[in-house]
Design a binder for this molecule. Structure first.
Ligand code: GLV
Length: 323
C-alpha cells in the first residue's frame, strides 16, 4: 500500500478518504515542519499533501527518491521548488478554481474594512470609547461605490474580484501579462491599462499576482509613490509581492490612505510596525478559509495525488514538462 504524508492537520473526512486507499502519515500536532523535518517524515512515502508554508526544496527531493508527487492544498505553489521536482520526475499539483470566489470575497471584506475603517471602529467601541452619540466626523472613510478599482493580476481570482465591483458601479482597470478575451473583459467590465496608469488612477489597488522572483516586491516604494494619497492597497495574493517595509512607511506617512492585508513577507512573523498603524486591516492568510472551500481544496488535492499514484494524469498538474 502506498504511503502518503499529510504535512499539516486537515479534516477528519480527508484523512478517512485517503485512508481507504493509502497508508497515511499525519502531523497530529499541526506543527509547521522545516524542510529537514519534512524530508525525514517523508521516508517511504510516495506522495505528500502539503499546505502553502511547507517548504519542499531540493534537499527534500534528494533525500526522498521514492517521492512521486507533491500535492499542494493551495492554488499557489511558491513553497515548492518546482524546477527541482521536475528534474527528478516528481509531479507537483495544486487546487485552482475551487477557491476563486471565497478568496474574492475575502479580498472585498478587506477592501471594505479598510475603506470604512471597520476594524478601527470595532476596537474603539469595544474599548468603551463611544461616549457621545453620532459624531459628524466619526470614522470618516472612503466611498467604495463609483470609485475606481485597479487589479494587478487578472487570473480567475482577479476576475472574480472584478465581477463583484459591478454591484458598486465601479470603474475597473486591470494590469496583466496578457489581455483577457473580449468576452471576459465585458463580463468584468474591465479595461486593460499599464501598471503606472492603474496605480495613478485607482482608488483601490488590489494585488492578485502569484509570488515568483519576477513578482518579488512588485509593489515597492516607487509604486506606492505613484498611488493617490487617498488610495487603499489590498494584498490577498502572497507575501513578498508587496514590500512590507515600504508599505509601512507609506501608511505611516499617510502617503496612501490605508491597506488591507492577508499575506505577509515571512508570515506568521509579520513586520511589527503594522501592529501600531490604525490604517491597516490585518488578517492571518485566510483568503480561502471557509469550511466548504477548504474541504473542497483537500478533496481536489486528494484527487490529484491519487491520479499520480494510479499512473494517471492528475487534473491539476503544475509542472507540465515533467517526464
Ligand atoms: C493560498 O494561499 C493558496 O495559494 O491557495
Amino acid at each position: 500500500m502506498s504511503k502518503v504524508l499529510v504535512t499539516r492537520a486537515v479534516f477528519p473526512e480527508s484523512i478517512e478518504s485517503l485512508g481507504k486507499r493509502f497508508e497515511v502519515v499525519t502531523n497530529p500536532d499541526d506543527t509547521p515542519w522545516s524542510p529537514d523535518q519534512i524530508a525525514e517524515k517523508l521516508a517511504g512515502c510516495s506522495a505528500a499533501m502539503s499546505t502553502v508554508l511547507c517548504k519542499f526544496d531540493e534537499s527534500v527531493f534528494a533525500r526522498n527518491p521514492q517521492l512521486k508527487v507533491v500535492s499542494n492544498i493551495a492554488v499557489g505553489y511558491n513553497n515548492i521548488d518546482v524546477a527541482a521536482a521536475t528534474k527528478r520526475g516528481i509531479r507537483v499539483t495544486n487546487t485552482p478554481g475551487v477557491l476563486d470566489d471565497t478568496t474574492a470575497d475575502l479580498t472585498w471584506a478587506l477592501l471594505m474594512a479598510a475603506a470604512r475603517r471597520i476594524a478601527e471602529a470595532d476596537a474603539w467601541v469595544r474599548r468603551g470609547d463611544w461616549k457621545v452619540a453620532f459624531g459628524m466626523h466619526s470614522f470618516l472613510g472612503n466611498d467604495v461605490h463609483h470609485a475606481t478599482l485597479g487589479i494587478i493580476g487578472m487570473g480567475r481570482i482577479g476576475q472574480a474580484i472584478a465581477r463583484r465591483a459591478l454591484g458598486f458601479d465601479m470603474t475597473v482597470l486591470y494590469n496583466n501579462r496578457t489581455r483577457l478575451a473580449e468576452s471576459d473583459e465585458k463580463r468584468c467590465n474591465a479595461t486593460l491599462v499599464d501598471r503606472d496608469t492603474l496605480l495613478a488612477k485607482s482608488d483601490f489597488v488590489v494585488v492578485m499576482a502569484p509570488y515568483s522572483p519576477a513578482t518579488h516586491h512588485l509593489i515597492g516604494a516607487a509604486e506606492l509613490a505613484k498611488m493617490k494619497p487617498t488610495a487603499i492597497l489590498v494584498n490577498t495574493a502572497r507575501g513578498g509581492v508587496v514590500d512590507d517595509a515600504a508599505l509601512v512607511e507609506a501608511l505611516r506617512e499617510r502617503r496612501i490612505a490605508g491597506a488591507g492585508l492577508d499575506v505577509f513577507e515571512g508570515e506568521p512573523k509579520l513586520n511589527a510596525a503594522y501592529l501600531a498603524l490604525p490604517n491597516v486591516v490585518l488578517t492571518p492568510h485566510i483568503g480561502s478559509a471557509t469550511r466548504a472551500t477548504r474541504v473542497t481544496m483537500c478533496e481536489t488535492a486528494i484527487a490529484n495525488l491519487t491520479a499520480v499514484l494510479d499512473g494517471r494524469a492528475p487534473p491539476n498538474l503544475v509542472n507540465k514538462d515533467v517526464i
